[in-house]
Design a protein around this ligand. Structure first.
Ligand code: 3PG
Length: 210
């Protein structure tokens, strides 16, 4: 899938999802979708993550469902078999970049330095995750990267919420922001889907015009 079809300003928020119980997967995706978020990053941090992707894909074929926290080239095969539309990694090793290209998986690799960006460009990537955004480099880094890398687009993630999302989305090289604040673990665990729909709706309303 073309990276511009995965993330663009029509969908400014990429929810970083952790599914502890498979039964949470579809209700959570439905709750986010009811609030206006239709692109999901299901992180491979739990045992049921791949099955969760499969179930969300089957139940919500019109949404775009990706796998997050991909840290090894060995995971690419499994992610594709689960039916993921794309993958996200916190990093960008040559092995990961090459394997995703080889298997034709749309990967959003994670970067935090200019050298990371150059390495990703060398492998043909132009949509990158800036990670961890707030904890390390933030808005000022993205502004600085726009000079030498005018064609590269970013999805910063890490420490972003409604309080600072607009600072990122006001930058011309930011297409979307990632974050877990729209699907907090306690609400997911307690099945408080209406509250998640509300958080998603608030985020979409606040950010769609940035
Ligand atoms: C990620 O996994 O991409 C980030 O850890 C999400 O960061 P956040 O929880 O601060 O939004």
């Amino acid at each position: 899938m073309n990276s511009e079809l995965i993330l663009n300003r029509a969908y400014p928020v990429l929810p970083v999802i952790v599914i502890e119980e498979l039964s949470q997967a579809v209700p959570l995706a439905q709750a986010l979708s009811a609030g206006g978020i239709h692109v999901f990053e299901v992180t491979l941090r739990t045992a049921c993550a791949l099955e969760a992707i499969q179930e969300i894909k089957a139940a919500m074929p019109d949404c775009i469902t990706g796998a997050g926290t991909v840290t090894s080239p060995d995971q690419i095969d499994a992610v594709l078999k689960a039916g993921a539309d794309f993958a996200v990694s916190p990093g960008a090793t040559p092995a990961l970049l090459k394997e995703s290209n080889k298997q034709n998986l749309s990967l959003i690799p994670g970067v935090s330095t200019p050298s990371d960006v150059i390495q990703a460009i060398e492998h043909g990537y132009n949509l990158l995750k800036l990670f961890p955004a707030e904890q390390s480099v933030g808005v000022s880094m993205l502004k600085a990267l726009a000079g030498p890398f005018p064609d590269i687009r970013f999805c910063p993630t890490g420490g972003i919420g409604l309080h600072n999302a607009k600072d990122y989305l006001s930058l011309s090289n930011v297409v979307a922001i990632g974050g877990s604040w729209v699907c907090p673990g306690n609400l997911v665990k307690e099945g408080r889907w209406d509250e998640i729909t509300q958080l998603a709706g608030e985020a979409v309303d606040a950010l769609k015009k940035t």
